[in-house]
Structure formats: structure tokens, C-alpha cells
Design a binder for this molecule. Structure first.
Ligand SMILES: Cc1ncc(COP(=O)(O)O)c(C=O)c1O
Length: 441
């Protein structure tokens, strides 16, 4: 197909997510490790690992070979049958997850994992309410978008019944006026307890957490937060569900985000880095007590592509790659390096109000109009102005892709990135920050 024809069809007929239609897009032709090339031959650093999912990097030969081998044997079979890839992947997942989280239901992605977790939690507890954070994202299907606290939910309202939002800790823009992390943790836990008491603890099936909040600004929780939520759940017979769709698979320098705090949830939902996006695959992972319950009661849910043989083989090859190439350790080590480099940008640029992360290759720059007052540059849901479009455009011009939204610039490269490659990419960001700097007061 001629390049101009591809661009024309893309612009005029393809329906893009979360957007007004009819726009031009960069058309990617091929990709390798941390790089992508468009159909005009221009190279881009993928400094966001796609949508924070291509953890092992693009086009890894070991994974491609494992996929080819599996395709020649079996790509898909009815969900009524077992397969070796499904059994092997389940065993490998169980070895990595904390506690007795060994029981796996396979989905096509993260939202479906959360949909099924809502249902399973309701059936298991016999209660109907599910709690999720205001500053949180859990997917775009009916239940998952209702769990989502951020503005992506607004257009989907009223959503499913029984979802209740709470304020998680966020010291930089504290809803409680806290002066530091310790105070923010105390305040957020106190508010959550109070809310549960008023709402009726026996009506609440589950509390969802993103161990580190992802697309709402890479919010690393203060020390006692996740442990505190675990305690609140235990005291009230509520299930704790860790949404590890983004934080799983080494992104935070540990296999799972929750491992940074040694807390064991009752369920984990995950996707993204499970296959690094080579083919879609997600999972809902249960602890033994939940599995035991469903040995006596039916689990009334299923998906045509659940446990897809090719997807499971891709998951196995991904986990082997994480281990063979020490990618979890690399995420931790180079994540610390990246965080340090970004802190230098904070010192240098008036528009950089905060740099968050410090756990793995999972960072965010938060832009401000004024460093002293922390007045935002774009504002929540771009209430003041849109700066992210221009920022992304300028980065593209210089050969770098990262995802920017509102006041946030998300920096989460593939886990195989080197320090030299980080230096090059941060250098480009440094240059482009001149634009938001020009809008500061
Ligand atoms: C924390 C979290 N949960 C769920 C999802 C939804 O996953 P998916 O897009 O695979 O349905 C996402 C996607 O970004 C996410 O970040």
C-alpha cells in the first residue's frame, strides 16, 4: 500500500481511542528494543514502552521464536480444554506472585480482569459495593470505567451500581492539606475508615488499589498506606484487590508493585507486561480461600479467548526473558538512575513542579504554572489549557515518544533500556521543557 494511502485511511476511517476523530497520526512501520520507525523512516525512542506495556522491548527474537513454535503447534483451542502453555504459565505466575495467589483466570486485557474481579468479589463476599480511588484508572469496559475515578469515567456515567470512590494519598496535591507523606498516610487511612464506617462495612465486597497509581500521575504511596488498607480489609471482611495491570512485571523494580511493601492482597489483576503487548493477555489471580469458595460454587464468567494458547506461550517466553536478562533488576537500577536524572530537570526548569517515581522505570513529571503555589499548568482534565498536545508534538519532532496528559508527562521506557539511552532521551525532554517553561509565572 502506498504511504499516502495508509495515512489517508488512518486519518479518515480508523476510530481512535479517547479522541475526536479525523486527526493525522504517525504511522509506525517496525520496532526493535526501545526504538520505533515510522513509514517515512524516522526513528523514535519509545520512552513510554507503548502504553507502559512493552516491558521487554519491541520484537524480542527469543519471544518471537517461542511464538512461532507455538503457532506451528496450536494457536487456539476451546476454553473447555487444557493446554501445556496454559498450565506452564499458571505455574510460573504462581511462583512469582506473593502468598498463595496461585489461581489464574485468563482474560484478553486489564479491564476484563477487573470486570471479573468485581464479579468474583461480589459472589465470594455476598456484598455488593466495591471501592476504588478517585485518582485511579481501571479500564474502559462498563464496570472498570465505573471503578475509574478520573474524568475518563464522566462520559460513561451512570455506570454500574455499587461503585464508591475514596481519596487515596497524594501528598503533592493533598485533599487533606497534609504537610508530608506521613501525615498524608494517616489522613487518607482515617478518611477511608470513616467512609467505610458510614457506608456500612458489611456492604463492601472489595477495595481496589493501584499499588502505585499509574495514569493519574505515578503516585507512589507513603510507607504505611497499603499495609493500612490491608488491615482495614481484614478488620471488615473486605477483599483487597491489587490492580497490577500497569505496575506488574517489573515496571516498579519488583515483579509486582505490591512487592515493594510486602503486602499480600486477596486478588491481583494484571495484563500489559505479562506478554509485553506481543499479543493481548490479561489475568485475574486468586488466593486459595477464593479458589476454594469457587470449588463449591460456579464461577459464572468466561471469554472465548480465555487462556489462548499462543498468548500463554508468549507469556511464558516473556517471563523467561525477564529472568534471563535480569530485567526486573535493571528496572530497579536504571529506574533509580532515571529518577535522579529527572530530579535534575526539576532543579533546572520552572515548569517542573514535581518528579515522581523512584521505584523502577516508572516516573512522571508534573508541570506547574508556579512552583511556589503549585498552581497547575494545564489543570485537572485540562481545565486551564491543553499543553500536552504541543509537548508531545515537539517531542515527536525530536524523535521521542512519551505519553503526556494534563500536567503529567509519563516516562516509563522498556526495562531493557541502558543508561546511555536514558541520557539521550532525558536530553530531548530537557530541550522540550522550554515550551512549558515559557508559560510559567
Ligand atoms: C491500572 C490499570 N488498570 C487497568 C487498565 C486497563 O487495561 P486494558 O487497557 O488492558 O483493558 C489499565 C490500562 O492502562 C491500567 O493502567
Amino acid at each position: 500500500m502506498a504511504r499516502e494511502e495508509i495515512k489517508e485511511i488512518d486519518k479518515s476511517k480508523i476510530i481512535y481511542s479517547w479522541a475526536v476523530q479525523g486527526n493525522e497520526h504517525i504511522i509506525i512501520d517496525h520496532a526493535e528494543r526501545i526504538y520505533m520507525w515510522d513509514i517515512d523512516g524516522k526513528r523514535y525512542i519509545d520512552f513510554c514502552a507503548g502504553l507502559l506495556n512493552i516491558n521487554i522491548g519491541h520484537s524480542h527474537p527469543y519471544v518471537l521464536e517461542a511464538m512461532r513454535k507455538q503457532m506451528e503447534k496450536l494457536t487456539y483451542v476451546s476454553t473447555l480444554f487444557g493446554t501445556e502453555p496454559k498450565a506452564k504459565l499458571t505455574e510460573m505466575i504462581g511462583e512469582i506472585t506473593p502468598g498463595d495467589l496461585d489461581y489464574v483466570f485468563y482474560t484478553n486485557g486489564g479491564a476484563e480482569a477487573n470486570e471479573n474481579a468485581i464479579k468474583a468479589a461480589r459472589w465470594y463476599t455476598g456484598r455488593h459495593k466495591v471501592y476504588a480511588a478517585w485518582r485511579g484508572y481501571h479500564g474502559a469496559t462498563a464496570g472498570a470505567i465505573t471503578l475509574t475515578g478520573d474524568p475518563r469515567r464522566w462520559a460513561a456515567e451512570p455506570g454500574i451500581p455499587g461503585v464508591v470512590h475514596y481519596f487515596g494519598p497524594f501528598t503533592f496535591n493533598s485533599a487533606f492539606g497534609s504537610k508530608d507523606d506521613e501525615e498524608e498516610c494517616e489522613n487518607a487511612l482515617r478518611a477511608l475508615k470513616e467512609q467505610i464506617m458510614l457506608d456500612g462495612p458489611k456492604t463492601i465486597a472489595a477495595i481496589f488499589v493501584e499499588p502505585i497509581v499509574g495514569t493519574n500521575g505515578i503516585i507512589v504511596p507513603p510507607e504505611g498506606w497499603l499495609k493500612g488498607v490491608r488491615e482495614i480489609c481484614d478488620e471488615n471482611g473486605i477483599l483487597m484487590i491489587a490492580d497490577e495491570v500497569m505496575t506488574g512485571w517489573g515496571r516498579t523494580g519488583e515483579w509486582f508493585g505490591i512487592d515493594n511493601w510486602g503486602v499480600v492482597p486477596d486478588m491481583i489483576t494484571t495484563a500489559k507486561g505479562l506478554t509485553s503487548g506481543y499479543v493481548p493477555l490479561g489475568a485475574m489471580i486468586w488466593s486459595k480461600k477464593i479458589y476454594d469458595y469457587f470449588c463449591e460454587h460456579p464461577f459464572v464468567g468466561g471469554l472465548t479467548y480465555g487462556g489462548h494458547a499462543l498468548a500463554c506461550a508468549t507469556g511464558i517466553a516473556n517471563i523467561e526473558t525477564y529472568k534471563r536478562e535480569n530485567l526486573i533488576e535493571n528496572s530497579k537500577e536504571n529506574g533509580t538512575y532515571l529518577f535522579k536524572k529527572l530530579q535534575e530537570l526539576k532543579d533546572k526548569h520552572p515548569s517542573v513542579g514535581d518528579v515522581r517515581g523512584g521505584k523502577g522505570l516508572f516516573c512522571c513529571i508534573q508541570l506547574v504554572e508556579n512552583k511556589e503555589t503549585r498552581e497547575p499548568l494545564a489543570g485537572f482534565a485540562d481545565a486551564r489549557r491543553n499543553v500536552s498536545k504541543e509537548i508531545m508534538g515537539r517531542l515527536f519532532d525530536k524523535g521521542l515518544y512519551l505519553f503526556a496528559k494534563w500536567d503529567y508527562m509519563f516516562i516509563s521506557p522498556p526495562l531493557c533500556i541502558t543508561k546511555e539511552e536514558i541520557d539521550e532521551a532525558v536530553g530531548i525532554i530537557d530541550e522540550v521543557l522550554e515550551y512549558p517553561d515559557s508559560l510559567t509565572k
